[in-house]
Ligand binder design. Sequence first.
Ligand code: GCU
Length: 681
Amino acid sequence: MNLPDTTDVHPAWLPPEAFRAIGSRRVRVCGDDPLVETVRREVVEACASYGGCLGGEDGGPVDLVLALTTHGPAAGSSFGPEAAECSGTLGAEGFLVARRRGVTLVLADAGAGLLHGLFHLVRLGEGAFGADRPAECHRPAMGRRMLDHWDNVAVHPVMGQVERGYSGGSLFWEDGALRADLTRVRAYGRLLAACGVNAIAVNNVNVHATEALLLTDRLGEVAALAEQVRPYGIRVYLSVNFASPMVLGGLPTADPLDERVRQWWSATTREVYQTIPDFGGYVVKADSEGQPGPFAYQRTHADGANVLAEALAPFGGVVYWRAFVYNHRQDWRDRSTDRARAAFDHFTPLDGQFHDNVILQVKYGPIDFQPREPLSPVIAAMPATRVGMELQVTQEYTGHQLHVCYLAPLWSEVLGFRYWGPDGPAAAALIEGGGLVGVSNAGDDPFWTGHPLAQANLYAFGRLAWAPHLAPGTILDEWIDLTFQPATTGDPDLLRQTLHAMMDSSWQTYERYTAPLGVGFMVRPGHHYGPDVDGYEYTSWGTYHFADRDGVGVDRSQATGTGFTGQYPAFWAQRYESLAECPDEVLLFFHHVPYDHVLRSGTTVIQHIYDTHFTGARQAADLRELWGRIDAAQLVDPRLFARVAERLGEQVRCAEEWRDQVNAYFFRKSGVPDALGRRIY
Ligand code: GCU
C-alpha cells in the first residue's frame, strides 16, 4: 500500500516539503507492527523525494533511528539515563525524542507511539537534527481523541449530505452509496494521525432509516472505512439508533430491560466485531431532538446505555452516550423551564450507575456550542462516571466556515476552566477518562474545510486533545509553518505574521459582532447563519434573551431565577449568582439586567453592545485588509488565496449586518443613544 495520492486535494498540514528534513537523512526503522510499517512507508516516500535512504538494521551509520523499545537491545540506552528510563513507560501512544552525537532517536513502546513520534519530527523539521537535545517524553493527556462526523449516507431533505457541514459533501458517502474511491479517507486518516486524533465516528448522531442499516446490512461499508484509517492508528465508531432492535431486528420493543432486546444488541455487536475486530464502539443520541430513547419505556439513561455497554464489553468497545437531552418542545411562555439545567437534572442523579465502558459525552456548554457559554456543570458533578467533553469543530454557530474563526482560544479556555477555583483541577483533568470529542468540519471540498483557514481548527482540535496545555498561538504557528512555510517562495516571516494576526484573536472578533455578553443564539433559525435577534425568542427550543424596553438577559440565579447557578460547585455558584462578581462575558447568560447596568469593565451594558459591535465589524474589515497585503504568489496556491479573499468579503458583509441589526434592535428597545454618536439604524 502506497501513501494516498490525492493530487487535486490541498495537502493541509502534510505537504511533501514538510518531510524534507527526514527525507534527506539516513534512517533506520526498527520493529514489527502494522503501524511501524506505516512509519517505514512514510520514510521511504520521503527519502525518495529528498535523497535520503532507509537503511537496514545492520549497524551502518545513520542520522535518525525510529525504534520500538521491544526491538532488540534498548536503542535508548546510549541516549542517556532519561531515555533508558522511559522505555516501557511510554504506553500505547507515547514516544521519546532525543539527539546525541549526531543521531536523532525516536523511541516508542508500540507502533502508534512511533507514528506519533514520526509526525512530531515532521513538526520539528530541521530542528530535530541540530544540536543535541535531552530525551523528551510525550504522552497524550487523554487516551480518547475522537471526531464525530454528522454524515448522512443518503442526502437528507433538510440537512443534506452532512448535517451542519460546510465543506461540500461527505468524505465517506455520496448520494446514498459508499464512495467508490476511498483514497481521500486514507489521506484524511493520515492528517488526523498527524495532529493526534485516534478515532472517528463515521455517521450522523441523528440516525435516519438508511443510516441505521450501517449496523447490520451495510456493515461492510463501515469495515471499508475502517480499513482505510487503520494504518494510521484510527479506530472507527458508529452512531446507532436506540430503537434498532425494532427498526432492524423486528422486535416489538427497544426496552433496554427486555431480554430479547439485550440478546439482540449482544448478537448484533458480536457480528460487528467479527467483521471489524478493532471496532471502537457506539455513539448514541437518545431522547434528544426527536431521537428514540429509554424514556419511552420509563427506563433511565443508565439502563439505556448499559445494555449497549454490556454488548460491547466482551470486545473492549465503549459506548459514547450523549448528555444532550432537553425538552425541545417547551412553551416559551413557561419561565420555569430552563434548557441550561436539563443535562444536569437528567444525568447527575445517575452518577455511579453507568458501566465502566460508558462515556457520558457532554457538550462543553449547557446549551449548544455557542461562541460563548459557561462550562457545563455536568462535567464537575459526576465523579463516579467517565465523562467526555464534546466540542464543535464544524462552525455551525461560528460563521459556517465563511468566517475566519480560529477556535483554539475558546477550547483552551474551556479545557483550562477550574470548577472549584484556582486551586482545583482544570476541566481537562476531569475528562481524562472520557476524552475529547469534536464534531468534524471536514468534507470533500478540495481544501477539506470549505474555508482553507478552518483547517487550523481541525489541526488544533487534535493537538489540544493530545496536549490541552499547549498555547493556542503556538498551535497556530505550528499549523502555519507546516501548511504554508515549506512551499512558500516569499517572505516566510511576513506570511506567518499576517496569518497569525488574522487568526489568533478571530474568535473574540466573531464574539464581538454577534450575540453579546454570553446571551447566545440570535441566529437565523434552522440554518443558524447570520443575525436574527428574535429568531428563537418565541419558539419551543428554549433559547431566549428576554430583551424588553428595560433590560436583557436570562435570570438563572437561585435567588430570583431558574436556579441554574446552583448546579456549580460553590466557588462558581457564588460568583455566577452575584451580579457584582459574575464575569462580564457571561453576564447575560446568568442575569437579566437593565441597559444601564455597569459592567465590571466600567461600561454600561447598552454601550458595551454598541462598542463591541462597531469594533467587531471593523476588525472583520481589518482581516480582509491584512489578507490583501499578502502577495498571492507567495502562497503558491492561487486558488487558496482567491477562496480566502472571497470568503472574507462575505465575512465583512455579514459582520456589518450583525452590527446593524443588533445595534438597531437594542437602540429601538432601549431608546438609549450611542454615547459616541455613531450611526445606528
Ligand atoms: C445542534 C444542531 C443539530 C444537532 C444537535 C446535536 O442542535 O443544530 O443539527 O443534531 O446539535 O448535537 O445533536
